[in-house]
Design a protein around this ligand. Structure first.
Ligand SMILES: [Fe+2]
Length: 335
């Protein structure tokens, strides 16, 4: 089967280049706002051929995902896998956070939602016992059904980046492009604005008790979307090369009789069978085009022993100007 993704491996010289850059940044930044500013400039010093590959990927000349290997992580230096995703304002900036932000800036502008993990720029994806049966990133026992990230939001990321820190059970992330056998009639039907996309509870519930201005504003926006959802289509853009927005657990049909509903179920079946597994091992970075692919995660049994699967995630947009009105302050990259 043809893979839906491409590879890039940092050679030893490129790895040295990155490995030298990181401590020089770490010495100068005291918080994530600093890191955001500093990484913008420092990303120009990232390996040239890596940046050329990213340009190809941004231009949609490669597959829907890109895996970058060759970054080394010393398991004895990263500490225990966090036991939860609760925000901690004093969370130290790790070497792995800096790598992720540098890579993000090679693709666009990294940013976060104020409604997720306290608006931290990089977010931890770790299993949490309290939500192990849910469709949240911190779930585990249930397969995380494929979806586009933050499908409810017009400000959803163009790319998401997932960096592996630990994955002892080789739990697979899944990725799928729009299945090639989707016929023209279904493509047309899926352009019909017959679907409501709703915020998942990860966004909605964290904000209920929020006191900060940015988080409060984000919460009111979520409430507005829940109260007055807007009809949208699953496919959009160019009919020859459509983009996709889909999230089976957090969407509703406007008119169940519409032909787009049957087309949606046919598409879901095809994605189920066409999705591919990608195990993100420590040091491997998976970049997913959030307009051309869905992603999910296979189920697993978390151990809750400080050594569970641990990924770090960051969102990237190619157009932060579009979001600026929501970027209140608190953290200059959070909306
Ligand atoms: Fe996701």
């Amino acid at each position: 089967m043809k893979t839906m993704y491409d590879f890039y491996t940092l050679d030893s010289k490129e790895y040295q280049q990155v490995d030298t850059l990181i401590p020089s940044i770490k010495r100068t930044v005291s918080d994530e706002n600093d890191l955001h500013q500093t990484a913008l400039h420092a990303s120009q010093d990232m390996p040239r051929s890596l940046r050329a590959m990213f340009a190809e990927f941004r231009g949609e000349h490669l597959g829907v995902a890109l895996r970058v290997d060759g970054f080394e992580i010393d398991d004895s230096l990263i500490g225990a896998t966090p036991s939860n995703t609760h925000s901690s304002l004093n969370r130290p900036i790790m070497r792995e956070d800096i790598y992720l932000v540098l890579m993000a800036y090679c693709l666009g502008t990294p940013y976060s939602f104020a409604s997720q993990q306290g608006g931290h720029l990089t977010q931890n994806i770790v299993p949490m016992k309290s939500v192990e049966l849910t469709q949240l990133g911190a779930g585990s026992k249930e397969e995380l059904v494929w979806h586009t990230e933050d499908a409810f939001s017009d400000n959803r990321p163009d790319f998401i980046l997932l960096l592996g820190l630990r994955n002892p059970q080789s739990v697979a992330t899944t990725v799928c492009a729009l299945p090639p056998e989707t016929d023209n009639e279904d493509i047309d039907a899926l352009f019909s604005k017959n679907f409501y996309f709703l915020p998942d509870s990860d966004h909605a519930s964290h904000l209920a008790q929020a006191t900060g201005e940015a988080a409060r504003a984000a919460y009111l926006r979520m409430q507005e979307i829940l109260k007055h959802p807007i009809k949208e289509s699953i496919l959009f853009g160019d009919r020859e090369r459509p983009y996709i927005r889909i999230d089976p657990h957090f969407m509703k049909f406007a008119n169940i009789e519409d032909e787009s509903v049957a087309a949606y179920f046919r598409l879901a079946d095809r994605i189920d069978s066409a999705q591919q597994d990608i195990v993100i091992n420590p040091g491997e970075l998976l970049i997913i085009d959030n307009h051309r692919a869905v992603h999910g995660r296979r189920s697993f049994t978390a151990r809750y022993n400080d050594r569970d699967r641990w990924l770090k995630k960051i969102n990237v947009t190619q157009d932060f100007k579009r979001m600026r009105e929501y970027n209140i302050h608190e953290r200059s990259f959070a909306i």
